[in-house]
Structure formats: structure tokens, C-alpha cells
Design a protein around this ligand. Structure first.
Ligand SMILES: Nc1ncnc2c1ncn2[C@@H]1O[C@H](COP(=O)(O)OP(=O)(O)O)[C@@H](O)[C@H]1O
Ligand SMILES: [Mg+2]
Length: 248
């Protein structure tokens, strides 16, 4: 098998005395969308932040994070970004008073530092994916709608030309129709060749978009399998896809 784009082995994360991740292991293959679903507090953001090297200062961690076959687990955030990972955090973290285009250009900062000045081409790629951002490129990011802000955050992450794109609950706070639109775009992103790790409470949308899925509960991977199998698994249906569980 080809080397996965991302592999984490036996990842533990502790905040003070509280262990939030108890030895999680996952892999994301080339060209795949892999999802980690689980309820609020399961440790999903903790997992992404540990992979990105962006955990809170009170956290300690053990275990391996391999990006394109290289153990990056002791590297600082910026070096991991330069090696090909990009995280869209739950908070989106836009510069609200800056224009859409300036927010996007900031995403190519690490490439700029590497003297890779081809970000104008990437800007066109992002504008082709999100025509609405092209129309609104001079608008202050903070005045955009929730869905549009998520597009800016996604676009900014893509400006770094990542090998691995990590998305922390892209559906959070968005109306169902907008969630649909964002997930359509996420599936289309696969065509650009980027591997995607998608963390979601919205199991229904995530399992539809993903190739492979893990279920995370209280810091442990309790189930895994092809996303379509998981969507038909009675336990997953019962816990995450039941009639009244549209967003849980
Ligand atoms: N900086 C922190 N300090 C202490 N506890 C934290 C911190 N961040 C997260 N936690 C705890 O770790 C657990 C997992 O949180 P999180 O990773 O945010 O879950 P999820 O993203 O699945 O909702 C929760 O119990 C949460 O309260
Ligand atoms: Mg979270």
C-alpha cells in the first residue's frame, strides 16, 4: 500500500490531569476523505489540534504523527504547515476587518516565505472553486454570511496547497442548505488531489461525503470502516443518525 498522507499512532493527549484522547490511531490515504464523527466533547478538536501541533499550552501529548511518511510529532506548527498540512479550526479564525482577498493571501504566507511566488495561480484556483468569493473579494471578511466565511476559511487553507486539509466541524452554526453547499464543495476538493480529514458532529452529512469513517467516543476510536458501511450500521444509525438526530 502507498504511504498514507497522514497516520497517527497511539495518540494520547492530557490537559492537566484529564486525558482527552486515549491512544487514538487513524490513517488518511491519498485522495481520500476520512471523517471522524463523535459527540460534543469526544476529543475531535483535540485530535486535530494535536495533529497540527496547535494544542493549548496546558496539554501534553504522546504518540506519533506521520505526515507523508515523516514523523512530525515534535515539529512546531509552522514546520508542519510547510510540510503540507493545513487546519481550518472550528472558530474559522478570519481577520474580520481585512478583505476576503487579503485573508486568502495570508493563507499563502508560508509559501511566500519559501519564495514560492506562484500564489496568484492558486488564488485563481480558489476563486474558480468559490465564485462568490471572487465577486466579494474586496468585502471585509467579517461582513460575510456564515457560509461565506466558511468558504473564506476553506479557501485560505487551500492557498497553502496542502497535501492534507483538516476541517474542524465545517457545518457548525450553518443552516441545512448552506451545510449542503459546503459539503458539495468539500467533495469537489477531492478532484484537486488533496486528502481531507473531516471532523464532524453532523454524522449524516459527514458519512455522505466521506470514503472512510472513525467513531470517536470519550477519547477512543470505538468503530471504523468504509463510510457507506458505517451509515448502514445499526449502532451508528441508533446513536448518530436516528430520526431526531439531524445534527448530533
Ligand atoms: N484547553 C483545554 N483544557 C482543559 N480541557 C480541555 C481543553 N480543551 C479541551 N478540553 C477537554 O477535552 C475534552 C475533549 O474536547 P474537544 O477535543 O474540544 O472535543 P470535541 O471537539 O469532540 O467536542 C473535553 O472534555 C474538553 O472539556
Ligand atoms: Mg470540537
Amino acid at each position: 500500500m502507498k504511504t498514507p498522507v497522514l497516520e497517527i499512532n497511539n495518540l494520547h493527549v492530557t490537559y492537566g490531569k484529564v486525558e482527552a484522547l486515549h491512544g487514538a490511531s487513524i490513517a488518511v490515504g491519498a485522495g481520500q476523505i476520512v471523517t471522524v464523527i463523535g459527540p460534543n466533547g469526544a476529543g475531535k478538536s483535540t485530535m486535530l489540534n494535536a495533529i497540527a501541533g496547535a494544542l493549548a499550552t496546558n496539554a501534553s501529548t504522546t504518540g506519533a504523527v506521520l505526515l507523508r511518511g515523516v514523523d512530525v510529532s515534535t515539529w512546531p506548527v509552522e514546520q508542519r504547515v510547510a510540510h503540507g498540512m493545513s487546519l481550518v479550526p472550528e472558530s474559522r479564525d478570519l481577520f474580520t476587518t481585512m478583505s476576503v482577498e487579503d485573508n486568502l493571501l495570508l493563507g499563502s504566507y508560508t509559501r511566500y516565505k519559501r519564495r514560492d511566488r506562484k500564489y496568484a495561480e492558486e488564488l485563481e484556483v480558489v476563486y474558480d472553486l468559490f465564485p462568490r468569493l471572487r465577486e466579494r473579494r474586496l468585502q471585509a471578511a467579517g461582513t460575510m454570511s456564515g457560509g461565506e466565511r466558511q468558504m473564506v476559511a476553506l479557501g485560505r487553507a487551500l492557498m497553502a496547497k496542502p497535501a492534507l486539509l483538516m476541517l474542524d466541524e465545517p457545518s457548525l452554526g450553518l443552516a441545512p442548505l448552506i451545510v449542503k453547499e459546503i459539503f458539495h464543495i468539500i467533495v469537489r476538493l477531492k478532484e484537486t488531489g488533496v486528502a481531507i480529514l473531516l471532523v464532524e458532529q453532523n454524522a449524516r452529512a459527514a458519512l455522505q461525503a466521506a470514503d472512510y469513517a472513525y467513531v470517536l467516543e470519550t477519547g477512543e476510536v470505538v468503530m471504523e470502516g468504509p463510510a457507506s458501511d458505517m451509515a448502514n450500521d445499526p449502532r451508528v444509525i441508533d446513536t448518530y443518525l436516528g430520526l431526531n438526530k439531524k445534527t448530533a
